[in-house]
Design a protein around this ligand. Structure first.
Ligand code: HEC
Length: 149
């Protein structure tokens, strides 16, 4: 009887460990795919913003700016140590070598989208503020932290 209880306990430990391991393996995939999806969404929204601002649809562009800003903030948590490779990631090792710099660029990109939503209310040159507060942040980060693609 006692023997049986010991075996059952051992089995419970084995099962809970194996489910922990598979949960971890899945979450690396989820994290990498999750961050790719957020960057893609940001790109789609950035292109929509460019189109909207071309026809001076300022109020319609603002919620998209807020959405991009929020995605950037979420992305701060999408680069843990165990997601350096796999699942076709284009993240470079420099991210983890210069994590503070990377996070600061992400935070700046987020803050700049909020500034952009304000700036378009009064800016004469909408293309110029978009470049300064949106597109320049993409290239500043990609040039150092994303693999050529
Ligand atoms: C602070 C850094 C940073 C900023 C800012 C940034 N990116 Fe990226 N981006 C990355 C990294 C790192 C990857 C690679 C992610 C991966 O493959 O795991 C990436 C990947 C992408 C991808 C590919 C997603 C996929 O499906 O593989 C696109 C598209 C993209 N970025 C567009 C943009 C655009 C457009 C902007 C600006 C509006 C931008 N990014 C701003 C760091 C940044």
């Amino acid at each position: 009887m006692i023997q049986n209880i010991k075996i059952i306990k051992a089995l419970i430990i084995v099962f809970s460990l194996s489910s922990t391991f598979s949960a971890n393996a899945q979450s690396v995939e989820e994290i990498i795919k999750g961050r790719k999806a957020m960057f893609s969404e940001n790109y789609q929204n950035a292109k929509k913003i460019a189109i909207l601002l071309k026809s001076k649809k300022i109020e319609e562009a603002k919620p998209l700016m807020k959405k991009i800003s929020e995605n950037y903030k979420k992305l701060l948590d999408y680069f843990p140590e165990n997601t350096k490779e796999g699942f076709k990631t284009e993240a470079l090792p420099s991210i983890w070598e210069s994590k503070d710099e990377f996070n600061a660029l992400m935070q700046k990109a987020s803050d700049d989208m909020i500034k952009l939503a304000k700036a378009i209310e009064t800016a004469d040159d909408l293309k110029k503020v978009q470049k300064e507060l949106m597109w320049s942040n993409c290239s500043a980060c990609h040039s150092k932290f994303r693999a050529p693609h």
